[in-house]
Design a protein around this ligand. Structure first.
Ligand code: ATP
Length: 216
């Protein structure tokens, strides 16, 4: 038998030289990203900050592959979970049905999906809405569902676009417990944040300014 040693991961996500512009009217383009780089190492919790309109959501959409960059490369080593700023959901499906659907999409066994679902309901405190249709949920509970779906398959890297804007205090605390737990498990999290008060919770902070990502 030959033993193949897995190389130690140095990063879970590495993006280099990302450029993106949007069309403004007929002749003009607005350059949003001008060579932005970011590397996430295993077990890191990184904050992505920047002024309104600096391109944080654009950058994150490119990192997860939801938007094409004009130039640059993104390499992801492992599973990726993403929570967009606006929750994406199917109006007529209940929370349970969302988990079932996403579990199938992630090719999880039904037993593994149910176990993960139970843990996520408990961790975020929304089990009582298990059988409620998504279009009857409050904004905060929808945000919990969205976060739960991004976490379902236990991704190596989790990217969250302002995840806790609609959370009450109790949920906000639970959210950071969940993040701390992921860090301990060597999982990585990148969070777009607006709250200066959160800064001490991150291992480091990256700031988008003039289209580039700089350490802060
Ligand atoms: N699809 C689009 N088409 C044209 N312009 C866009 C598009 N999406 C974003 N923009 C523009 O690109 C700039 C960056 O937007 P983006 O949403 O990435 O910024 P942000 O840093 O996430 O902002 P905020 O802090 O307000 O959420 C803004 O000026 C925005 O108006």
């Amino acid at each position: 038998m030959t033993t193949v040693e897995r190389p130690v991961r140095t990063f879970v996500l590495d993006a280099a030289g990302i450029e993106k512009s949007y069309r403004r009217g007929l002749r003009h383009r607005q350059n949003i990203l001008r060579g932005a780089d970011i590397t996430l190492r295993p077990g890191e919790v990184v904050g992505l900050v920047g002024e309104n309109g600096s391109g944080k959501s654009t950058f994150m959409k490119i990192l997860v592959g939801a938007l094409r960059a004009d130039a640059g490369t993104v390499v992801v080593d492992g599973k990726l979970g993403y929570c967009p700023q606006e929750p994406v959901f199917y109006e007529r499906l209940t929370c349970d049905e969302h988990f079932e659907l996403f579990g199938r999409a992630y090719r999880m066994s039904p037993a593994a999906e149910r176990r993960a679902r139970r843990e996520l309901y408990a961790a975020l405190g929304f089990e009582r809405y298990a059988s409620t249709r998504a279009d009857r949920l409050s904004g905060g509970t929808l945000a919990k569902l969205n976060l739960g779906l991004a976490l379902l398959a236990d991704p190596e890297v989790l990217l969250l676009d302002e995840p806790y804007a609609g959370f009450d205090w109790d949920t906000y605390v639970k959210f950071w417990q969940l993040v701390a737990q992921r860090r301990e498990q060597g999982r990585s999290v990148l969070i777009i944040s607006h709250f200066v008060a959160d800064e001490e919770r991150f291992d480091r902070i990256v700031q988008l300014r003039d289209g580039r990502a700089e350490p802060r």
